[in-house]
Design a protein around this ligand. Sequence first.
Ligand code: ADP
Ligand code: F6P
Length: 466
Amino acid sequence: MSRLIVVSNRVNPPTGAGEESVGGLAMALAAALRQYSGLWFGWSGKTTPSFTGVLDVQTIDGVTAAVIDLEEADVEEYYNGYANKTLWPLFHYRTDLTAYDRAYGAGYQRVNKRFAETLAPLIEPDDLIWVHDYHLIPLARELRALGIKNRIGFFLHVPWPAHQVFTTLPGHSRLAEAMFDYDVVGFQTAEYCQAFEEYVLSEASGEQPRPGQLQAFGRTLSVGAYPIGIDAPDFARMVKSPRARRMRNVMDACTVFRHLIVGVDRLDYSKGLEERFAGFERYLADNPDMRREVLMLQIAPVSRESVEAYQEIRGRLDGLSGRINGEFADIDWAPFRYVNRNYRRDELAGIYRAARVGLVTPLRDGMNLVAKEYVAAQDPDDPGVLILSRFAGAARQLDEALLVNPNSPEEIADALGRALTMGKPERIRRWRALFDNVEREDVTAWRDSFVDALAGVGTRRAALAG
Ligand code: ADP
Ligand code: F6P
């Protein structure tokens, strides 16, 4: 069987100590790597004064991780710069926050080249290579330049924007061309896949010989939608764990005679937190008789703190959360709890389980795994209600949630009213449909369908080269 090499900016293998602090994606990739006896390659998260390319290799719990340090200029121009000040805002439709700086573009190319040069000597002829996310779009091109002919796949975890938005990027054609050095490219939803196809057909004189295939820049590419899921069996096990039960009891004790509304997100402007806070504020204003009946808990660990847009939104959210409690709290009661720390996955499972409402309202999101985790954690006999943004990739699968426009605090407030008064039969009916999907289209299905597609491409490239 071929080895699988997974490449991602961050590498999070399980610790082996049962801590399970890593997310669902990391757990799934780790499982895939164990199955294919593979390698996980990426950035260590650390910096050195100058780039050395020295690999730190560790095998934990059957998963071999090989990581490299980057120099400070790399982190500034590649990670903070092109990845998180250019591509992230652009792909989430925030052209107002998108920075176009040639130094960032150069740093992005440089780091992708460094990744390729360090990885290439580790690659064996039969290896399948699976590259993840917007940080590494040009990686296949750099590997091909070094003579690597293996099958290489790419999965984009974030949205691919409409072509009118993508074309605002200086050098968009070069980035799109780099996608054609892969054999298979996967998107979270059919909508993102179509947006890419539309760009290729209208801006790159491409052709579509048949559905799922694109030709442009002298090459042929397989494209498709591969919606990512969570590790549903693992999450079901975690919900029953002692830690999850303890956390649930803690939450129950905080909400005696009250309903818990929960939000869990990285502190990111794409997550719609300001509008969500305003929606809750609106709900409290419109429903004075419910004020003592609800508690909203927003968990939002800080993220990408070196990027100004993240510092700014953090400041605004601190102000908004203070305003809501200032306006509505009483000496013996406060409606809103806002915490900026990380929790273990089993603790999160207990928090989700205790919540009558899961409030997941990103302005744009490639998929959103929190929505799926919330569904997986519910009590089948008395489930809570998921309120979900129609602009999250997950809305394509989870259409029995209460779908809202996340830009509208009024819609969020109305959905809260509906969720908090929804009878048990309707909650159970909706939850069953949601849970069926979360269970069926889980992370194993995602991983297997992508790896099968990649393996099925055969040795087309070798044949072409021959
Ligand atoms: P994104 O990839 O943009 O951060 P997702 O919703 O797809 O958004 O995935 C976020 C993952 O991070 C989920 O698995 C979620 O459980 C986890 N997560 C989010 N907030 C926390 C937190 N405070 N503590 C621990 N894990 C968290
Ligand atoms: O889902 C998008 C994503 O950028 C992932 O690639 C990444 O693991 C996660 O969000 C967290 O972002 P970061 O690695 O920048 O902390």
